[in-house]
Ligand binder design. Sequence first.
Ligand code: COA
Length: 248
Amino acid sequence: MLDLPRHLLQSTAAAAEMAAGQPPAGLLHPLEETQLAELRLPRRRRHWLIGRWAAKHLLHTYLAETLAAAPALSQILIANDPRGAPYAALAAAQPAFPPQRLPLSLSISHTGHWGLAALCPQQTAAVGADIEQVTRLEPRLVEAICTPGELAQVRARPHDQQDLLITALWSGKEAALKALGAGLSGGIRQIDCTLPAEPPAGEWAELGLDAARDLLAGLAGARFRAWQRLEGEFVITLALLATAETGA
Ligand SMILES: CC(C)(COP(=O)(O)OP(=O)(O)OC[C@H]1O[C@@H](n2cnc3c(N)ncnc32)[C@H](O)[C@@H]1OP(=O)(O)O)[C@@H](O)C(=O)NCCC(=O)NCCS
């Protein structure tokens, strides 16, 4: 059974240093400090930090419930695989031992002052999280990212909902591509969304998600569940991808 995954939405207002691209004391592992030092652009530093802040606080709460003792935030290491997908590891108290990767699926998204993180146990599903500001996209871009079925759904809705619905489709596709671990290289049109009857609002509503067969090759029994809601001017999507192997 796939239920709404654990998630945490945080703003840079949680720690003022982050808005200036500086790490709050006690947040980062030494390996992460090295990684941050390589990020030059203030916007990228801010986004990277608020993403880590949200992910580490989410993991801290989860680990406090599942382990005998909750680790310090700086013991929780967030790294990215070669395709960019994030994963979490736990640093040992003895620096001589390498951090141990946790059996969790983790996803991160950031935009503006928001950082969003979601997780689920790896044996349950893979998780994808996305937050997007509602914006008006050029018609040519809309046609480039939407499938004919998605375009038909949007065009059947009232004109004043179009920007919100297109942002909802974009966010749904990104969350699905993140759950697949593919990122945008997976092909935004390879994901097909079915919008709920009402546009995203304050409460979670389920969004239909499917992916082209090529993207699901090797993933027997793959199926998605996804939820969306609106936070001010931002659409938030959480997606789960279960397979025969994950068994949920
Ligand atoms: C993943 C992607 C769809 C994110 O879209 P976005 O709207 O620009 O950014 P978001 O804030 O929503 O998400 C960014 C986060 O997605 C995650 N991410 C990146 N690639 C990912 C992948 N292949 N699968 C799952 N998650 C991924 C990362 O955690 C990243 O944040 P971080 O770099 O601070 O850890 C897009 O950036 C992409 O396709 N990236 C892959 C290509 C790339 O740049 N790879 C970098 C290799 S190091």
